[in-house]
Design a protein around this ligand. Structure first.
Ligand code: ATP
Ligand code: MG
Length: 445
């Protein structure tokens, strides 16, 4: 089987081969090509040592980082190509990085250090594919399988466990039985891996087309990274709005929410405090009072621990905090929400609410979707001329109130809030004269 290798990659390979070395396209690009998807980058492996690669390829395009690990990066027309010398990895004391790498002369040895069979193939544009570990057949059967003994491979580098889940989520493949069992058995080693790398993989997992498979089948692994999910699993809700347990519901909300870091994290954590907020009333109906606030708080803690950036954390927390508000679909309520969280956040919230509804009792979904649609319509209607009612857009400001003779800061704030509420509630228009009149009345009372 032939694959289409970009011209620039052919050129690099052919230069190295003309100089007497072996060179191949390798890893993800070969996997993607055989799967019929377009690779997002092309990596090359070669028998040439880094200095030799440097000499063979003109030095002007070369970025000299990673040299000691055997990687030379070449930039051609803004495309970056990593060219890595065949290597084998030494021992792994920290469950992540090899203590040393040794350059070797054999393609077979280089492929043997790679994580999964589907990622351990090399391609020579003239000679075709080198597939020593059955990668093509695993692609055909949609299987993720470690190269070599899974226990050894996962204990060398535990991040491979999350990489396996990422490939499940992205490709819809299943993990071969021995590899899967070993991944679960070794999941505790993830505690030794840097949280930044874990978060990176987690976010990719959440954004995969097949995330449902991971969230359903690999709770044991996910709960090493986020133990707070465990109480959700199997927790029944005893509520007519729900037919799924909290975790099954969460999975549906993740799957139905738009892709993107903020939405997927918000969906994952939106009900995380439900188990601890659960009460059963005398009629046997379950309630979860205060769960949005508590879930927002827990989500913040978890995301801080995962060292996610503050902008992401704040956006996720906001969505979670407001996800269960259900004001009647009326202009004043929509204005109030927009003044509180802004139009963009409100529209994002409606997207999360839609996903949330889709994970609830099917008998109630349609009515909940019409409700969010009504809120959305009002939101566009209210903001179509660019107006968002908040203290910034209010037609009077602090100075105007001071000019009425009010000096105390607290009092100025209270009057402005009263005026804003009056505009939002439709009591008055957002016009300076009318607002000042109202403020005078308020002071006289
Ligand atoms: P993607 O398409 O998402 O980039 P990829 O397979 O190319 O996936 P990279 O992280 O770019 O992933 O790694 C390139 C190649 O290096 C992989 O295909 C695999 O052969 C090898 N590799 C990457 N990470 C590891 C690891 N932790 N352990 C063993 N081999 C790895
Ligand atoms: Mg890659």
């Amino acid at each position: 089987m032939n694959i289409k290798v970009p011209e620039q990659v052919r050129e690099i390979i052919s230069k190295l081969k003309s100089a007497g070395y072996e060179a191949y396209a390798v890893g993800g690009c070969v996997r993607d090509s055989f799967m019929g998807t377009i690779p997002h980058d092309w990596d090359i492996c070669t028998s040439a040592l880094p200095e030799e690669t440097l000499n063979i390829l003109s030095a002007k395009n070369i970025i000299q980082n990673g040299l000691k690990h055997g990687t030379v990066t070449v930039s051609l027309d803004h495309n970056l190509y990593e060219i890595t010398t065949f290597r084998k990895d030494g021992t792994y004391a920290d469950c992540r990085h090899p203590d040393n790498v040794t350059f070797v002369n054999s393609l077979h040895e280089d492929l043997a250090r790679r994580d999964f069979t589907i990622n351990a193939m090399a391609y020579d544009p003239e000679k075709g594919v080198f597939d020593y570990f059955g990668g093509i057949s695993d692609i055909e059967n949609k299987v993720i399988r470690c190269v070599g003994d899974p226990d050894k491979r996962f204990s060398e580098d535990a991040l491979r466990i999350l990489r396996a889940l990422r490939f499940v989520s992205k490709l819809g493949f299943t993990i071969e039985k021995n590899t899967a069992e070993s991944a679960v058995r070794n999941a505790f080693l993830l505690k030794k891996i840097s949280v930044e790398r874990i978060s990176e993989e987690l976010i990719q997992i959440l954004n995969g087309d097949y995330v449902e498979m991971v969230l359903t089948d690999y709770i044991d692994i996910l709960s090493i990274v986020i133990p707070e999910i465990v109480p959700m699993v199997g927790h029944l809700q005893y509520n007519p709005h729900h037919i799924y347990d909290i975790w099954q519901h969460t999975i549906k909300v993740v799957v139905n929410s738009p892709k993107g870091k903020v939405f997927r994290l918000a969906a994952l954590f939106h009900d995380i405090a439900k188990p601890q907020c659960f009460t059963l009333d005398e009629k046997g109906i379950g309630h979860f009072h205060g769960h949005p606030e508590k879930s927002a708080e827990m989500a913040r803690e978890i995301m801080n621990r995962l060292k996610l950036d503050n902008k992401t954390i704040n956006s996720v927390v906001l969505l979670i905090k407001y996800h269960d508000r259900r004001p009647p679909a009326e202009v004043k309520n929509v204005r109030k929400m927009i003044s509180k969280i802004g139009k963009e956040n409100f529209l994002a919230l409606l997207k999360l609410k839609r996903a949330d509804a889709k994970g609830q009792n099917p008998a109630t979904i349609e009515q909940k979707l019409s409700y969010t649609e009504a809120l959305e319509k009002l939101c566009y209607q209210e903001t179509k001329d660019g107006t968002e009612y908040n203290l910034k857009t209010l037609a009077v400001n602090g100075n105007d109130i001071i000019n009425l003779g009010v000096t105390e800061g607290k009092c100025i704030g209270a009057i402005l809030k009263y005026l804003l509420d009056s505009v939002i509630g439709g009591v008055t228009e957002n016009k300076k004269e009318e607002l000042l009149l109202l403020a005078r009345k308020y002071l006289a009372e």
